[in-house]
Design a protein around this ligand. Structure first.
Ligand code: ANZ
Ligand code: ZN
Length: 924
């Protein structure tokens, strides 16, 4: 059988040859193009890349996932929208332009060219007709137009905002662009200490007039509709929930000895009798006024100065603060309590002022201990609480739970919740819902972004640029230390659209998160020149069915995109979702129209370096995708990545893993060439062939299920198992070509989404019609009784191994396997249906009673384990399953194998057999 076999060399594929060839073939056939007329295609989207110039492994992983899924859906007959574009505005382009003496546009365009090549060489299939770049005026004019829509809708504001200022980038940073020195983001923003996400400089605060989108108008809906996003990871929803940070509480006024009435916000109005001090943030206006009178308030002035400088050179401890010398009257007790300025009171949370109850709040407790302030308990555990009243010592630690009021005068004995409800009225307060979410500050004092389309006129104030004058295009780039738009004098000077007088253009550009908040809509109609997108088509094609990208976008990008989608619905650019659906949310967010952009979300895990650390330049543990493609080909890289872990999990790069992926693909290819050569195999279709064919069907079924669930690695694992079975089978003397060809055909189609070039190559070796990329997914019915038969075979093989082991058999000559007699099957049937008296039920059967003691003993055994009895096959089915698998035993032990019905076996063997557990006899 091995005569005339070609040299192994010739049976390997050359990735450098086949990959570009198949990429060109897909292109020629427009495989990835989707027609505008298509209705509701499967929308598969990867977060578009920032145009840095080179793809890293994180990109490759992200895009392999969506490409594999898109190809899978296409094979299943879906029309699939899988577009790609460029998040191409942003500061790095400006920095690069400075360093390289070029301009941001040129640099960005070069980056796009090169990244597009790299994506192409990975074999990713996009509809390039739909390519967009956010730095293209055809794109960003719609940012400007949408800005005007938002303004007319009352969602744009210009106000003095305390901002994070990076002195080295000379730009405002969003809170999320300010990182804590340990690398986490979103915590170092205004009033915290933090460093710039790009350059690591220490961030300062400044006050500046800024443009904002009032996203807080949508806070409630953004929060509520998270519940309906059940295709999103729970942790992302939780992060959004925390970011929005809804708090329900009350505000109450306290009179201060300064003469001010200061409003506080509390979620625990029930504890008001226990307030032992009052605290305000360093930025609170009353405190600021004190700080401006250092002769009167020297400690306040000094502390405020320290707090404002904090982060520059020193960090303030959590419990830092200063006594103001003033007192506040507690409206509940009439008592005077000392007023402090304290850093733990945040300026932009609530009202920036609070009454503190050290007995029931941990931060207040820590502060009270530090400053020797009394601690007064006013809540004790309710009777049904986990803790009992005498276990609680509030001098030691705060008791923060709800409970029953004590030391609260006439209100003693009242429950916390009732107390809160009554106290709002009693203390003339107001019930309030507060959000942590701030309005979205979109102003950036940088060049490489969308110019905000406003004109500043001395007489008319800020006037919008009329739609007809859009886009406001960026002027030529100039090298300067500050904002290049400020230096572009000719561009800046313009006339007022209202009065015609001299006026200047706004020189702020938009946060690039604006660009990415609606790009998924532009893909629906990328060339439209009279609207940002075709509303009908977008309403039909949206939401994105599968959105895949990094967890670093879990909060801002996803929240902003959700906000945009809701506003676009409200201004009738999209066609109503649940928010405009009178029947409310009971029908879920997807029932009708589009008010949420992303139905299913996957955050791919990190690709770590070989050393298990995050890949980074400084660690020098990065692996360049280009190098892997050059050495092994895109398919190998893609397969390795998809086999390494489920999409959400991180994994470490492994050269052995890459090697193994490559060998696997070469092995499949080699087997395919043997089938294609045609003369090697016979056509004798025996039991073994049946076994192989069942495995092929089972693998197709598993792959379908696992691909659907985004567990590509599981699908690939069973494909590997099938391939090794096919190879073992192919090496047998009695191998028939049909099952092998069928197996390779199915393997090619399962591998198609992940290793598309090799799969095409095999497809053409098998002489199939057309491109695999446009073929059909294999039928995925698992064979009848597959799992139970499989379990029987596995258990039997395991038992044989045990016997060989225990009996110390060196060279087994024959193995006899006897399946249980029909009567035992019958007994089990009766036993599982009996209620209560198992032995009675079994023995009342005429046929079984004739078996006498043997049946009685078996029935007794059954009685003890009737609950644990597994589903099992009939004797004939058991025999057939074992017959099909007999060759596995034969191969493994080099022995003759005989599978018998109990009725045909020796007595002792027959009586030892049980359904699901055949008896085994081994001869040496
Ligand atoms: C009195 C009180 C008593 C509070 C008590 C709590 C427990 P969480 O922790 O999410 O429930 N707060 C109000 N404004 C603040 C600000 N600007 N900076 C920092 N903390 C502020 O948050 C609600 C509580 O945070 C509020 O309820 C307030 O303290 C504090 F036993 O008021 B509480
Ligand atoms: Zn004017």
């Amino acid at each position: 059988m091995t005569t005339g076999e070609p040299e192994p060399q010739e049976r390997r594929f050359d990735h450098a040859e086949i990959e570009p060839a198949w990429q060109a073939a897909w292109d020629d056939e427009d495989v990835f193009r989707i027609d505008d007329e298509e209705t509701d295609p499967e929308y598969v989207l990867a977060m578009f890349p920032y145009t840095s110039g080179s793809l890293h492994m994180g990109h490759v992983r992200n895009y392999t996932i969506t490409d594999a899924y898109a190809r899978f859906e296409r094979l299943r007959g879906e029309s699939v929208l899988h577009p790609m574009g460029w998040d191409s505005f942003g500061l790095p382009a400006e920095n690069a332009a400075e360093e390289r003496d070029t301009n941001p546009r040129e640099w960005t365009m070069q980056c796009i060219d090169s990244m597009k090549d790299q994506l192409g060489s990975m074999g990713f299939g996009y509809d390039w007709e739909r390519e967009i770049a956010t730095c293209d005026p055809d794109y960003y004019q719609w940012n400007q137009w949408l800005f005007q829509q938002f303004r007319e809708e009352g969602l744009v504001d210009r106000r003095a905002e305390e901002i994070n200022w990076c002195p080295s980038c000379e730009t405002v940073l969003a809170d999320e662009q300010v990182e804590t020195p340990d690398g986490s983001s979103g915590e170092g923003g205004v009033a915290g200490e933090g460093i710039c996400w790009r350059c690591d400089s220490v961030v300062e605060t400044r006050e500046l007039d800024q443009w904002v989108f009032t996203i807080t108008d949508y806070a409630d809906e953004l929060l509520e509709e998270l519940d309906g996003l059940d295709g999103w990871p729970a942790n992302v929803r939780e992060m959004q929930r925390n970011w929005i940070g809804r708090q329900e509480g009350d505000s109450v006024e306290f009179d201060l000895s300064t003469g001010d009435a200061v409003e506080i916000f509390t979620t625990r109005l029930d504890t008001i009798h226990g307030a032992t001090f009052f605290a305000m943030s360093p930025g609170h206006e009353v405190v600021q006024r004190m700080a401006e009178a250092p002769e009167e308030y020297p400690e306040v002035a000094e502390y405020v100065e320290r707090a404002e400088a904090a982060g520059d050179d020193e960090d303030l401890p959590e419990t830092s603060g200063a006594f103001t010398g003033e007192y506040a009257v507690n409206p509940a007790t009439g008592e005077e309590i000392p007023v402090y300025v304290a850093d733990y009171v945040l300026e932009d949370v609530g009202t920036g002022a609070l009454y503190a109850v050290p007995a029931h709040d941990e931060r207040d407790h820590a502060f009270a201990e530090e400053h020797d302030i009394p601690i007064q308990q006013v809540v004790e555990p309710a009777e049904d609480a986990d803790a009992s009243a005498d276990e609680i010592d509030v001098q030691e630690a705060a008791y923060p739970e709800d409970g029953v009021l004590v030391n609260s005068g006439e209100y003693d004995g009242l429950g916390s919740a009732e107390a809160r409800e009554q106290f709002v009225d009693v203390f003339d307060g107001e019930h309030r819902i507060e959000f942590r979410l701030r309005d979205w500050l979109i102003s950036r004092q940088r060049y490489w972004g969308t110019p905000i389309p406003m004109i500043d006129c001395a007489d008319c104030g800020y006037v919008p640029v009329p739609d007809d004058d859009l886009p406001v295009e960026l002027p030529e780039f100039v090298h300067t230390t500050g904002n290049p738009l400020d230096a572009a004098e000719d561009w800046k000077q313009t006339s007022c659209p209202e009065c015609g007088g001299d006026a200047v253009r706004e020189t702020d550009t938009m946060d690039t998160f604006v660009d990415s908040s609606w790009y998924f809509l532009r893909y629906c109609s990328p060339d439209l020149d009279d609207a940002p997108f075709d509303s009908d088509r977008a309403s039909d094609w949206m939401p994105v069915d599968q959105y895949v990208g990094g967890i670093e976008h879990a909060v801002m990008h996803l929240l902003y995109a959700r906000f945009f989608t809701k506003v676009l619905d409200d201004v009738d650019l999209l066609d109503g979702g649940p928010g405009s659906d009178a029947s409310g949310t009971s029908s879920g967010p997807w029932s009708d129209g589009v008010r949420e952009p992303f139905r299913n979300l996957t955050n791919q895990g990190m690709v770590l370096g070989e050393d298990g650390n995050k890949m980074s330049k400084s660690r020098d543990n990065g692996v360049s995708p280009q190098r892997i493609v050059d050495e092994y080909g895109a398919d190998t890289a893609r397969l390795f990545i998809m086999e390494a872990a489920q999409p959400e999990k991180e994994f470490a790069w492994s050269p052995e893993g890459v090697e193994s992926a490559n060998q696997f693909l070469q092995g499949v290819y080699e087997l395919a060439t043997r089938v294609a050569d045609g003369d090697e195999f016979g056509d004798d279709h025996g039991d073994v062939a049946d076994y192989v064919e069942r495995e092929i069907d089972a693998t197709a079924a598993t792959a379908t299920e696992e691909y659907e669930a985004f567990r590509f690695n599981h699908a690939l694992q069973s494909t590997r198992e099938l391939v090794s079975l096919l190879r073992r089978y192919a090496d047998r003397d009695d191998a028939a070509s049909e099952p092998i060809e069928q197996g390779i055909d199915v393997v090619a189609r399962i591998l198609g989404p992940v290793a598309p070039h090799v799969a095409e190559e095999i497809w053409s070796l098998l002489d199939r019609d057309g491109l695999l990329a446009e073929a059909e997914w294999p039928a995925a019915e698992p064979p009848a009784d597959y799992e139970i038969a499989q379990r029987l075979v596995e258990n039997t093989r395991e038992d044989v191994r045990d016997i060989v082991d225990v009996a110390d058999i060196e060279d087994p000559q024959s193995i006899t396997v006897a399946v249980a007699p029909a009567w035992k099957h019958r007994a089990i049937e009766i036993a599982t249906n009996a209620d209560g008296d198992v032995v009675g039920a079994v023995m009342s059967d005429e046929e079984l009673r004739q078996k006498g003691n043997e049946a009685a003993d078996f029935a007794k055994d059954l009685a003890g384990e009737v609950e644990a009895i597994d589903e099992h096959l009939s004797p004939d089915e058991e025999l057939a399953a074992l017959d099909r698998a007999a060759w596995l035993l034969r191969d493994e032990f080099g022995a003759d194998v005989e599978i018998l019905h109990a009725e045909d076996a020796a007595d002792d063997l027959a009586s030892a057999s049980e359904p699901g557990r055949p008896a085994i006899h081994i001869e040496e």
